[in-house]
Design a protein around this ligand. Structure first.
Ligand code: GRF
Length: 227
């Protein structure tokens, strides 16, 4: 079933681009009905226009109250016949009114393995905490910040020499892989409610183990192990 998407953005729009590219190359059965940014003149709006997609800016600073901004967004999404709301680097928190209208149909991608490191600067938080495996999470948006039901995750190693920029780049590569594929699963009807919990069904289980650092079985390369 062709998904009717509304994509909300605030910045560079590389995730939006990965969705556009997947649609153009027939890897994703979806149509982006509208792209809305809360920040004027961002690259994401250019990307949408270049792809011939309706691109709008609704500047949140022009609204006195969060609810009014949300109401404007909600109206635009409804007017454009949007069925699924895809947050792709959208830096505003949505109010419950919007979430009620699109119940269980607002998705977000976050650059961490939730529930670790919600909020901003997730890659920096991960490095400061010394994690050795990081990643990204796609979840359904609820009233909290990065708290809704988790649908899909991808993990990447963190190397000792990483800074927030190198780690973010590694995570984003996985985001661009994951978001279109998750959306395609939804278009195939794989997202179901089980005991009121949204889950993806009919996919093979992940196999094996993710290790970081990847320590070989019987030796440590490069250095003598301490005695
Ligand atoms: C992504 O890393 C996403 O996880 C976070 O914001 C970033 C958006 O990047 N929510 P882009 O605008 O898609 O390039």
């Amino acid at each position: 079933m062709t998904l009717r998407l509304g994509v909300l953005v605030s910045g560079s729009g590389s995730n939006l681009q990965s969705i556009i590219d997947a649609i153009h190359s027939d890897r994703l059965d979806a149509e982006i009905k509208v792209v809305i940014s809360n920040v004027p003149e961002v690259r994401a709006l250019d990307r949408a226009e270049r792809a011939g997609i309706k691109a709008l800016c609704v500047d949140h600073r022009e609204f006195d109250r969060r609810e009014e901004f949300d109401e404007r967004l909600r109206r635009l999404l409804v007017e454009h016949d949007v069925e699924w709301v895809v947050l792709a680097g959208f830096m505003r928190i949505l109010t419950s009114r919007m979430l009620e209208k699109f119940k269980n149909r607002v998705l977000n991608i976050h650059p961490a393995l939730l529930p670790a490191f919600p909020g901003t600067d997730a890659a920096r938080q991960a490095i400061e905490r010394g994690v050795t495996i990081a990643g990204c999470t796609i979840h359904i948006v609820d009233a909290g910040t990065d708290t809704g039901p988790i649908l899909a995750q991808a993990a990447v190693p963190v190397f000792p020499e990483d800074d927030s920029a190198t780690l973010t780049a590694r995570i984003q590569e996985q985001e661009h892989w994951l978001y279109p594929r998750l959306l395609q699963c939804i278009s195939e009807g794989r997202l179901r409610l089980q005991n009121e919990r949204p889950v993806l069904v009919g996919l093979p289980p992940a196999s094996g183990m993710i290790r970081s650092p990847n320590i070989p079985e019987n030796e440590v390369h490069g250095e003598e192990a301490p005695t």
